[in-house]
Design a protein around this ligand. Structure first.
Ligand code: 5CA
Ligand code: ZN
Length: 407
């Protein structure tokens, strides 16, 4: 499907400022901060929205984390190949469409369009491949056929299931034991209690047509894809095996990223992602942000009430991407004050060394995307006097290139 328009990312190297250091990120699978070593273009897959309640600040925080990763890679001299999906057919979307009396495809299209406009306003680098589940049904079917050939598929009624024990390394992403997995599988879209399954953790690959639900005619019968196989299929098609990073929010560690990985590994015999990176969960004043609780803080609502998108971006940057945090209305006020202070600071005829700011911003970003440390660097620069007459220009370029904030 159509992506959105990427912001221009300035090249600090062309600006005579050299390149940033190798990028390090926390890998959930190895439970450690690892140094990424992309060969050729760095390949990134980030799990996209299910388009029915876009774009809340939790979504935005997750996509910002992977926007920073790309900026760090670009600054370190890598090209980036970025794929993001849209889960434009799945249970929660269909349930919302039914509950509100809206056609599911129209709901998906309108929410995806809102997401595109929010991502553009927040200056998020656009994926080269922005891919919907519906347009990928052939890819999904092909992958299920490969899994079947590997002996990892079985039927329950007319639905198809993945036998998780076909993957000897099942559990590699989450590190959870079976009881830990069982505890959350049912809460996150799984069906541990379905009769006829070989194992409670086996996950749905293909769901036969249900009355009143959309379905497609395929060699697997009439139906629609399960969730996890969608991301396996889209990632393999657009990035290949053994790509650099799969990302998403920490709610996706299990079962989603675990299952996507296992399905891919069993079908291809090759590694899936080299690292699995996860952003923390954003809540609202003590609760999980969700439409059913009526406590969604939407990027579009903040924009409509007149907040500068760069202040919204700064509010997100104030939290480390791995932290769980709560949104309070004061966040946007603080970010607005900070943005104004930085804008005033680049109007000065001189300031402290711009090259030092570039060095320190790079170090903060390359070390597990430490945006709060980067904001501290900027705050100190803005609040201190100095005699570097080129500092304002250097700092503005670096801020734009590395943190995506245009002053
Ligand atoms: N379509 C699937 C992924 S294939 C999905 O999880 N969609 S979503 O709309 O629910 O979430 C989109 C992205 O935002 C995912 O990466 C998810 O992990 C992340 N996300 C969802 N809620 C939050 C939250 N409250 N805080 C931080 N990130 C969140
Ligand atoms: Zn996904």
């Amino acid at each position: 499907m159509r992506s959105w328009t990427s912001p221009t990312v300035p090249s600090l190297r062309k600006f005579g400022l050299g390149e940033g250091p190798a990028v390090q990120i926390h890998d959930t699978a190895s439970r450690a901060v690892v140094t990424l070593a992309p060969e050729g273009a760095a390949r990134l897959y980030v799990c996209g929205i299910t388009p029915y309640d876009a774009t809340h600040m939790g979504h935005a925080a997750t996509y910002l984390a992977f926007d920073l990763l790309q900026r760090a890679w670009l600054d370190a001299g890598h090209d980036v190949s970025y794929t993001q999906n849209v889960t434009d057919v799945d249970d929660p979307l269909l349930e919302r469409a039914t509950a509100t009396g809206v056609d599911w495809a129209e709901l998906a299209e309108s929410q995806t369009e809102l997401f595109r406009s929010d991502m553009t306003a927040l200056r998020m680098i656009a994926p080269q491949h922005y891919i919907g589940a519906v347009e990928s049904i052939d890819l999904v079917v092909d992958l299920i056929v490969r899994l079947d050939a590997a002996g990892a598929v079985y039927r329950v009624d007319d639905d198809l299931y993945f036998d998780v024990h076909a993957d000897a390394s099942f559990g590699a992403v989450s590190g959870l034991d079976e009881s830990g997995m069982l505890e959350i599988f049912g809460q996150r879209g799984g069906d541990p209690d379905r009769a006829g399954k070989k194992h409670p953790l086996d996950c749905l690959l293909w769901q036969a047509e249900r009355p009143g639900e959309p379905a497609w005619d395929t060699v697997l019968g009439r139906g629609r894809p399960g969730w996890h196989i969608e991301c396996s299929a889209i990632a393999l098609e657009h990035l290949g095996t053994d790509f650099d990073v799969q990302g998403g929010g920490s709610d996706l560690v299990f079962p989603h990223h675990e299952m996507s990985r296992s399905e891919s590994v069993v079908a291809t015999g090759e590694p899936f992602a080299r690292a699995y990176a996860h952003a923390g969960m954003v809540g609202f004043e003590g609760e999980k942000m969700s439409k059913s609780k009526g406590n969604l803080v939407l990027v579009s609502a903040l924009r409509e009430s007149g907040h500068d998108p760069m202040a919204v971006r700064l509010a997100l940057l104030a939290h480390h991407y791995r932290a769980d945090w709560e949104w309070f209305d004061a966040e946007i006020e603080q970010a607005t004050v900070r943005l104004a202070a930085w804008r005033a600071a680049v109007e000065r005829t001189s300031g402290p060394s711009g090259d030092d700011v570039v060095r320190d911003l790079r170090a903060a970003l390359a070390h597990d995307l430490d945006a709060p440390a980067a904001l501290q660097v900027m705050d100190t620069w803005a609040a201190t006097d100095g005699d570097d007459r080129r500092a304002a220009t250097t700092v503005s370029e670096a801020l734009d290139a590395l943190l995506g904030v245009a002053l």
